[in-house]
Design a protein. Structure first.
Length: 435
């Protein structure tokens, strides 16, 4: 079965907690804080792998969790970091958040992205020594991270895509030139999900896909077509498959079909419309008068400015020529693509690209929301600091207070319009804003 969408639940590992420990030297009767810090939680990484061909497995396994970081240990030993969890997906998978925001586009073999970062480890008391506090009897808790639902979406990356009206014989063509065994039948919309086939030529190969038939209005969702047009967005070239049986009715009918097909593609996406293509007029075995077919071929060639092939997927007429033409064109397209990539790489050398860690940027944001007489502070960074504080421990609370003061949070809040004496809330922490 072929599946092109999946929804999974991921959770990165929580950070391990720091511990409180002291070491006493017998000889000099000295006390040293030696609690180790917790390890980092494992990341959830999604990786494109050529050995995975569909999203089918994500129907059966939905929950993915990376390992938590371990707690710190005495003698200032840190806890072990949690192992990252690598989820292998097919090349061409797009990862989106639950709100449909694109998180990553894994279009190349081996490319990967950290989709959920592990929680940071809490500091042990050995790392909390300060000039004021030489014997801290508190430690930080590890950062807890939340689970999230993400959507995986697979766009098939075929070299050539067969597009045409229902019943034109697209599936018959793919079954003839590759080992694919799609359903073929004498009624429209036989194909409901795309078929993929590998075509071998000369020791080399290329991938062809056959998508459900398009009809007028497909670009706006009529029929099945538009749902699958996005699958062929990255195909190097298209093959417009026309039903030669139409010639029997009236010679101009097939030209009309061609126009409607092109128009649907143009309305769907101009990039796809500009993509290179060839035309195949199928079921040529039904036309007994070859000169009529040749006449149509000429007209179509004139109109499109492309090569037009008269074929019969059923009998095999013209199929060899079609395969060779595809092979040649795909080779050209691949070379062009390589050249463009090289150019892109070269221009990258000249321009230095500065990237900002998205998480850091997110961290620095701080917003104040009024809720009745209270003010709720929304800040990833502050919320994290608060959540890592052990509220049962007086010293830890004191440390938190000092830290917030040092960060100038009070002044910042006053500048943002929070009056003195107001109640302020950060995560689980509720306090009164004072001088
Ligand atoms: N005579 C003749 N019939 C053909 C030829 N190619 C396909 N057919 C027939 O046309 C009908 C439709 O073929 P399919 O390959 O299922 O057509 P399709 O374009 O995949 O159709 P959808 O999946 O509905 O979009 C079937 O009955 C085929 O046997 C051909 O070259 N000659
Ligand atoms: Mg079909």
């Amino acid at each position: 079965m072929f599946l092109d969408e999946a929804k999974i639940n991921i959770k990165a590992g929580d950070g391990g907690s720091g511990i409180i420990s002291f070491f006493y030297t017998k000889a000099r009767g000295k006390k040293i804080a030696c609690g180790g810090s917790g390890g980092r939680g494992g990341n959830v990484i999604i990786k494109a792998s050529g050995s995975v061909s569909s999203l089918y497995n994500f129907k059966k396994k939905i929950h993915f969790k990376a390992q938590n970081g371990k707690s710190g240990m005495p003698n200032n030993r840190s806890g072990k970091n949690g192992d990252d969890l690598i989820i292998n997906v097919p090349v061409g998978t797009i990862v989106k958040s639950e709100k449909e925001k694109v998180l990553s586009d894994l279009s190349e073999e081996g490319s990967s992205a950290v989709i959920a970062g592990g929680g940071i480890g809490g500091k042990g008391n050995a790392s909390l020594i300060s000039r004021k506090k030489r014997f801290p009897s508190f430690a930080e808790k590890g950062e807890k991270v939340e689970e999230a639902w993400i959507n995986l979406e697979l766009r098939l990356i075929a070299d050539a895509a067969l597009v045409g009206f229902p019943n034109a014989g697209k599936s018959t063509i793919i079954s003839r030139i590759s080992a694919a065994k799609p359903r073929i039948a004498d009624y429209p919309f036989t194909t409901t999900i795309p078929n993929l086939g590998v075509v071998s030529v000369d020791d080399e190969s290329f991938v062809v896909t056959d998508i459900p038939g398009l009809i007028k209005g497909a670009h706006s969702g009529v029929g099945l077509g538009d749902k699958f047009l996005r699958h062929i967005m990255r195909s190097l070239m298209l093959v417009m498959v026309l039903d030669g049986q139409k010639i029997l009715e009236d010679g101009s009918e097939i030209i009309k079909t061609f126009d409607v097909l092109r128009e649907e593609i143009r309305l769907y996406d101009s990039g796809l419309y500009d993509r290179d293509y060839i035309v195949a007029v199928n079921k040529i075995d039904l036309i007994s008068d070859r000169s009529i077919a040749e006449d149509i071929k000429e007209k179509l060639e004139k109109k499109s400015g492309r090569e037009v092939f008269l074929i019969s997927a059923f009998v095999g007429t013209g199929m060899q020529d079609l395969v060779w033409a595809l092979y040649k064109k795909i080779k050209e397209c691949r070379e062009k693509l390589m050249e463009e990539k090289e150019k892109e790489l070269k221009s990258c050398d000249a321009v230095k690209i500065y990237t900002v860690d998205a998480r850091k940027l997110e961290d620095e944001k701080m917003e104040v929301r009024r809720q009745g007489n209270e003010y709720v502070i929304e800040s990833k960074k502050l919320e994290r600091i608060v959540s890592m504080t052990d509220f049962e421990n007086e010293e830890a609370l004191e440390h938190l207070k000092r830290r917030l003061k040092k960060m100038g949070i009070g002044d910042k809040l006053k500048k943002m319009g929070v009056e003195e004496g107001s109640t302020v809330i950060i995560g689980n922490l509720v306090f009164e804003l004072k001088e």
